[in-house]
Design a protein around this ligand. Structure first.
Ligand code: ADP
Length: 246
């Protein structure tokens, strides 16, 4: 269980990014952090990753201290792949940096590429891959250490809608299969409604959690055309309207 208690973050230049964040994330949840641009979503994700410390308040990861490298997988909006390296070499990188030998890493790298449907493309370089496939490599790189927690910062925002829908469905499949905890930053109401079983709606800066929705529909397979999905979109829209300045 991850717990945040009265977490606040103020940057050196005085910018208050987050204030009074209280939240609990149960293992195996799919959490969407939803809010307008600049409300502190990425900052909250970096705090959860242990990459930055809160100015005040506490974060606990369910064990002593900050997470170790490899305990958390991080996926950014930009896949940030090494252009000269193959998909397999890119996915191997976090293990290489931790000193894992190539021969020991190969099964893990191939398993991570298989999890994102790219085993056929292990030897392809980023230039030969589509935007969606490059994002899949980036996800494989986050999965290669077999982290229990996957943090994703608007990973599909730059993709076309067809590719985005496919990656959303594949990510849900991966989540159901592996039971990982996912925290997914998005400013898309539709994406949050489609993916998450816990939606944290944030206020404009300084970011606070205005509401937490735990939709029922998240338990079964999602359908974009279902009435319950559209009701959820409406509910989220209403919650966001209440926190946005008029
Ligand atoms: P979001 O992900 O919701 O778009 P961010 O977490 O990136 O928001 O940023 C929240 C606020 O904090 C923004 O106003 C941003 O400009 C500011 N901010 C982010 N990082 C820094 C930093 N290192 N120094 C100063 N201000 C920052």
């Amino acid at each position: 269980m991850f717990k945040l208690r009265q977490v606040a973050k103020q940057f050196g230049d005085g910018t208050k990014a987050l204030e009074g964040i209280n939240a609990e994330i149960a293992p195996g949840s799919f959490v969407a952090l939803l809010g307008p641009s600049g409300c502190g979503k990425s900052t909250l994700l970096r705090l959860l990753a242990g990459l930055e410390a809160p100015t005040s308040g506490e974060i606990s990861w369910g064990h002593a201290g900050k997470p170790a490298p490899g305990e958390i997988g991080y996926v950014f909006q930009d896949p940030t792949l090494l252009p000269w390296a193959t998909a397999a070499e890119n996915a191997y990188l976090p293990l290489r940096l931790r000193g894992v030998k190539r021969t020991a890493a190969i099964p893990k790298v191939m398993a991570a590429l298989a999890q994102v449907g790219l085993e056929e493309f292990a030897h392809a370089k980023p230039k030969a891959l589509s935007g969606g496939m490059r994002m899949r490599v980036s996800i494989a790189r986050a999965l290669v250490s077999e982290p229990a927690l996957l943090l994703m910062d608007e990973p599909f925002a730059a993709l076309d809608e067809f590719t985005r829908h496919k990656l959303q469905d594949d990510l849900l499949g991966l989540w159901r299969q592996t039971g990982k905890t996912v925290v997914f930053v998005t400013h898309s109401i539709y994406e949050a409604a489609y993916l998450a079983n816990q939606i944290m709606i944030m206020t404009p800066r300084p970011g606070r959690i205005a509401a937490i929705l735990t939709p029922e529909l998240a338990q079964g397979p999602r359908r974009r055309e279902s009435a319950e999905y559209h009701r959820l979109v409406e509910e989220i829209t209403g919650s966001l309207q209440r926190v946005m300045p008029t």
